[in-house]
Design a protein around this ligand. Structure first.
Ligand code: ZN
Length: 275
């Protein structure tokens, strides 16, 4: 059978993050987990409703909204959690800091026991479960400090893109790799078929028409931060927010963009206050 892609949560309203179950003839492969205890537990129930065994979890990048709920999703099953070594190392390195920052934001919904990817894979290598072949692209730093989209099948048309494209939502740029992100987008755009379908980490699915929106978002954000008058930091932040709301009027995930303003201002050298 052609693998079926189930998105979690299925409804988009008010949804923070998406993950996927790929159903094959005799099993299920998960792509990422969700952030909260409730959402990841609901995803586990979705797996149980499908009624086929979990074979593996594939991880698309190193941010906690995509790995924090792994323990709820896997629920003790003895399956590999697969990612490039760089993703594994980044999660192991940064998790304590994420626990300190993201934990209090989500309180009881932040999974207190977190498990990490445990099975490394190299760029361009594939794993096959039943008849479904997944091939990883090890991007290195991009939207997060280490990103790894997965291609399903041989025609390159079904891609789990992680957060390389946000679907008309505000974006997180605080890790400081916007140059790498833009270059990776250009590489992916040239490599993947024009009619590919992208299953992404926040919204979607989308197609190649969203590459331009995403590039424009990053370029507009970096320009807005660089051109703001940082003599008054609060006014500078407000100016960036208003320019980004002009570019993308939705309020969805706006806090991720707001969290990114000062780090990028420091990175660009327009804000010298240490932080
Ligand atoms: Zn994300």
């Amino acid at each position: 059978m052609t693998p079926t892609v189930h998105r979690f949560p299925a409804e988009q309203e008010g949804v923070f993050v998406n993950a996927y179950l790929v159903e094959t003839a005799a099993g299920v492969v998960a792509v990422d987990s969700l952030l909260t205890v409730s959402d990841s537990t609901a995803m586990r129930r979705g797996l149980e409703r499908i009624g086929k065994p979990l074979r593996a979890v594939l991880v698309t990048h190193s941010h906690p909204d995509h790995y924090a709920g792994l323990a709820q999703l896997v629920a003790g099953d003895d399956v590999p959690i697969i990612a490039p070594q760089g993703v594994i190392d980044t999660i192991a390195r940064d998790d304590a800091e994420k626990d300190a920052i993201v934990g209090p934001m989500f309180a009881d919904e932040w999974p207190s026991r977190r498990i990490f990817p445990d099975t490394p894979i190299r760029d361009g290598e594939s794993v096959t479960f039943d008849d479904a072949r997944f091939t990883v692209i090890d991007l290195g730093p991009s939207e997060s400090p280490h990103d790894s989209p997965w291609i399903l099948g041989d025609d390159g048309k079904t891609v789990f893109l992680g957060d390389q494209i946000y679907d008309h939502r505000h974006c997180y740029l605080a890790d400081g790799f916007h140059r790498e992100w833009l270059a990776n987008m250009q590489m992916l755009r040239e490599r993947l078929p024009a009619d590919a379908i992208f299953h992404i980490g926040h919204g979607g699915p989308v197609g190649g028409e969203m590459w331009d929106w995403q590039r424009g978002y990053i370029e507009t954000f970096v320009a807005a931060v660089g051109e703001a008058n940082w003599a008054d930091a609060e006014q500078a932040k407000a100016a960036v927010i208003s320019r980004m709301k002009e570019y993308e009027p939705t309020g969805e995930l706006q806090f991720l963009m707001e969290l990114s303003i000062e780090p990028v201002a420091r990175q660009l050298g327009v804000l010298s206050v240490p932080g």
